[in-house]
Write a protein that binds this ligand. Sequence first.
Ligand SMILES: [Fe+2]
Length: 427
Amino acid sequence: MMNNKSGDAARLTPPYTAGGLPSRYLLAVILFSMIHIVPAIAGTVDDYWAPWVTKLTTSSATINWRGETDGLGVIDYATASYYDAHKRFNETVSCRTAATYQHVHLAGLNHNTSYVYRVRPSGNPAAFENRSFRTMPIRGRFTFVVISDPQEGHTYSEERRFKYVADAVAKETDVLFILHGGDNAGHDDKALWAKYFHVADGMLAKFPIFPCIGNHEYHDPSNSDNPPTPANQYHWSYDVPLHYSFDCCKVRFVVLDSPDPNNHNGDDPHTSLALANSQAPWLRQQLAQRMAGTFTINHHPIWDEGRTIINPDLQPWENLYLKYRISANFAGHTHDYQRYMDERIPYFVCGIGGGRCADLVGPFARGYRCGNCRNLGYIRVTVDPVKNIGTAREVIVGYVLEDDSDEIPHLYDPPIIGDAVTFPLRR
Ligand SMILES: [Fe+2]
């Protein structure tokens, strides 16, 4: 395109412009500006958030990115085997709707197949590098990762803590997807979310993500006395319902919505019995279907330190978890690691993604089994539906000495296993 336009310019002849430049020079300057300057006007570097994959299935995936205001874009993609053999893509999809936050559905994919893709935003086609993901298998064993609460502290940024977790996840080789327990950033704020996606870049370049909303998604960056925000950055970034489910190899994953903006203290939404009850009929439907296993995730923990009973607001969910004998439950919100067993069902608190550390303080419920604090890490879960076994390992990447400080974490390289438990998927 640039050569064609240059050719048109070369065929122009004087007269000269008032500034003394030949018109062909002026046209060249205009063309250069269109190519090189317009993208800079359309969006700054911080406007471009490298792609992340959501809504993964056996045959589809959604490619998301943030680009210039009301931009478009093109996705080139190919199976990894095709790309390796030919060093080029053989499929292309274009955006149909101009938007700042893009969510483009890729359909007709092969199951259990690795894909390479590259997004070319309309305002800056060179903004992003190649990235990859693998579609879900139809059957068999698979591994996923649970992370939660990566938000920065009062005296440190996400580079000081969450980055070590994200980079460790990025080194995983056999992970299919990431289950995120919420509190992506401290506030519903573009700059903080830009940092989150920047720090998470390595793991999101390889693994799709299934998010769960946390209370910080609603926090108002301008004033904590204000009511909760609409959680715009969360919705614009992920484009998923507040509660939803997905299946992998006949194992079900149920993502629940625990922070209630109608029950808040300033900008902080708490749990409420009304919100839990509103999802209970849907949850019952999700759990009643006979599957090879069922995992649930809710941001606020059912079981937590400092109390001997469950969060009473979440009792409707707990009743259903026990009635339908789920495989395991995950939560975040409290910034430490805890594991409980209730009627032999594991309940994990996985708030070790990098947020300000919480001390592990009793009393504890009777089902409390173990816990640790001031560690950075995630949970890696391997699921084998044929053998009816799930194995969850707490992967500790490093530790810090203070709850909220700018210290450089002490790292384990490779990471160490802090806790491990096996459990039946179907009971
Ligand atoms: Fe939280």
